[in-house]
Design a protein around this ligand. Structure first.
Ligand code: DNO
Length: 382
């Protein structure tokens, strides 16, 4: 397992690489070229510059989150072949700088959504919240306007004001769209890119839909066991795998997250994991709690143990954190401040360390000061 941290890129993240480097156990960052529109090939110079900046900070970059999928691909619209070609070009360029895993999602139109970005918790911190009734009573335009107002200078991925201008047309394109069509279009995409992923040795990890329930009438497929299975069966290569996000799948109360990890992990289909907790307020509503198990509704020990027991060798990152210690939007994008994610990462590392040591009958796996917890050493994760 390699512990990583999401970093949004030069000029796009108030958290610095220097700060990330100082978090014990961090081997690298997962990042993206946030401003690249879906469907376009990423320029090689920008990929190289990204890699150089991160390497100069003494961190690795092996995972890209995300290379986004153009709506034409999801919809099976006439322009899809050109966009798929561009996707493959981007994959080839990323492989040249050592990228090993690409996270993407198949959410129609919008990326993740919350009803509230800053919900006050009794301890004085604030966090993101999802209330289904609130979402049902609002429009995407209203929500986007509120996000734009509340998220400071940084745009929410998938909710960029420029994209929101065309939101109605984008939503209308899904009217009458069936699940069968969606799966057929996903298969078309996977069959085109997976042979390249194999050749380039890039593991593809689809991120679940967040929240795992329909919003604004849009279909949501990557939300539960049967659908994950169907998605993986669309192309049986192990390069067609999952970004296992505990907060997204875990927000569907019927999902047993450790069981999902055991099933798909045992098959080598989990390549990247977003590990965080959430606290259910009822069957559909939740807020994002601290990672520590007693703060939320998910059993983080069971989650890390399932990853460990299935021999997980991929990348983990802590996920959304609360805003604490007077962090504001100046100090981090919603859910992506520095402090709570750093605490979360070290809680996860602590769990992993204990689970791993126990599995070895109490013996340390390597010289303790040679593990990635000592930032003098690069990589070296098992
Ligand atoms: C939210 C993230 C998602 C994720 C994409 C992956 O915080 O987990 O935005 O990056 O859905 O493509």
């Amino acid at each position: 397992m390699k512990m990583t941290f999401r970093w949004f890129g030069t000029g796009a993240d108030p958290v610095s690489l220097r700060e990330i480097k100082q978090i014990p156990g961090m081997t690298g960052v997962v990042t993206s070229l946030l401003d690249m529109p879906a469907g376009e090939a990423w320029p090689m110079e920008r990929i190289t510059a990204m890699k150089e900046t991160i390497s100069a900070a003494g961190l690795e970059v092996e995972v890209i989150e995300s290379v986004n999928i153009h709506e034409d691909i999801k919809l099976g619209a006439p322009g899809r072949d050109e966009k798929i070609e561009n996707y493959i070009t981007t994959m080839k360029r990323l492989a040249q700088v050592g990228i090993k895993c690409i996270c993407y999602n198949m959410m129609p139109v919008l990326d993740w959504a919350r009803s509230h970005l800053y919900y006050d918790l009794p301890d004085g911190s604030n966090t993101m919240r999802y209330q289904a009734d609130f979402i049902a009573a609002t429009t995407p335009e209203e929500l986007a306007a509120r996000y734009a107002e509340e998220s400071g200078t940084y745009e929410m991925p998938g909710w960029e004001p420029e994209r929101m201008k065309h939101i109605r047309t984008a939503l209308d394109a899904y009217a009458g769209f069936t699940e069968e069509q969606f799966y057929a279009n996903m298969k078309y995409f996977l069959d085109a890119i997976i042979p390249h992923a194999e050749e380039l040795d890039i593991l593809m990890g689809v991120h679940p839909d967040d929240p795992p329930q329909p919003i604004f009438g849009l279909p949501k497929l990557i939300i539960k066991r049967e659908n994950l299975r169907r998605y993986l069966d669309l192309n049986p290569s192990k390069y067609n795998g999952l970004t296992l996000c505990t907060g997204s799948l875990g927000a569907r109360i019927q999902n047993d997250v450790p069981a999902l990890i055991r099933e798909f992990g045992a098959e080598g289909r989990i390549h990247f994991a977003h590990v965080r907790n959430l606290k259910f307020e009822n069957d559909t509503d939740f807020y994002e709690s601290a990672h520590y198990t007693p703060c939320g509704s998910l059993d983080m020990y069971a989650i890390m143990k399932a990853l460990h027991d299935t021999g997980f060798k991929g990348w983990v990152r802590p996920d959304h954190g609360r805003m604490i210690w007077d962090e504001t939007t100046k100090k981090g994008r919603p859910g992506y401040g520095l402090y709570d994610r750093a605490l979360g990462a070290n809680y996860l590392l602590g769990l992993w360390d204990a689970i791993d040591r126990e599995a070895r009958g109490g013996a340390a796996s390597t010289r303790p000061d040679a593990t990635p917890n000592n930032n003098a050493t690069q990589g070296g994760a098992q």
